[in-house]
Design a protein around this ligand. Structure first.
Ligand SMILES: [Zn+2]
Length: 180
């Protein structure tokens, strides 16, 4: 199996021309900025990604490299309601167009709807996967039902049962009323 490092030195030009899909995976620990967001040391979490390069003709008839990239990882984040770990699927699916240089990217970025990347003979695909997963992190991760909710609702049920019992004072009031 390819090591994570082999995803960090891709020739994007060749990758786009060959157009062979790349199915990759890396341990979350190889993506340090992302794994910092995980609750516990995520030694057994795996980041999966799928990359496909292609050459597409732009408006001026020139073939330019594109990259379609999807990535996902299931990791434990901190639930913003109960502060316990909540297992969360983080994923993205995006397309990028490559440009020759930083200048070209800046010049085209304003009137471009597309996401631009600067082409490089040693493109770090794993870093791009990490960037995209970081951006895809939920702002406020929460359990659908927090584990603590179970205890809370059990306590609620007790409380309701108690309040349904007629209170001793109500009985007393009834007695007084009947003696009139
Ligand atoms: Zn929770």
């Amino acid at each position: 199996m390819a090591t994570s490092n082999s995803y960090r030195k891709l020739s994007m030009a060749a990758f786009a021309v060959e157009a062979v899909p790349l199915l990759g995976q890396a341990p979350l620990s190889d993506l340090p900025r992302l794994s910092d967001e995980a609750v516990r040391a995520a030694s057994d979490c795996t980041v999966h990604f799928h990359a496909l390069g292609s050459m597409r003709t732009d408006a001026s008839g020139i073939a330019v490299p594109w990259l379609a990239l999807q990535g996902r990882v299931e990791m434990d984040l901190v639930c913003q309601r109960c502060l316990e770990p909540v297992s969360t699927l983080v994923h993205f699916d995006r397309e990028f167009r490559f440009v020759e240089s930083e200048e070209a990217a800046l010049a085209q970025d304003e009137d471009s709807e597309e996401d631009l990347l600067v082409s490089s003979p040693q493109f770090d695909l794993l870093e791009l996967v990490e960037d995209e997963l970081l951006m895809a992190l939920p702002v406020s991760p929460k359990h659908e039902k927090c584990p603590g909710d179970l205890k809370l609702s059990a306590a609620d049920a007790d409380f309701e049962a108690a309040s349904e019992r007629p209170s001793p004072f109500a009985k007393l009031a009834q007695l007084k009323a009947s003696k009139g």
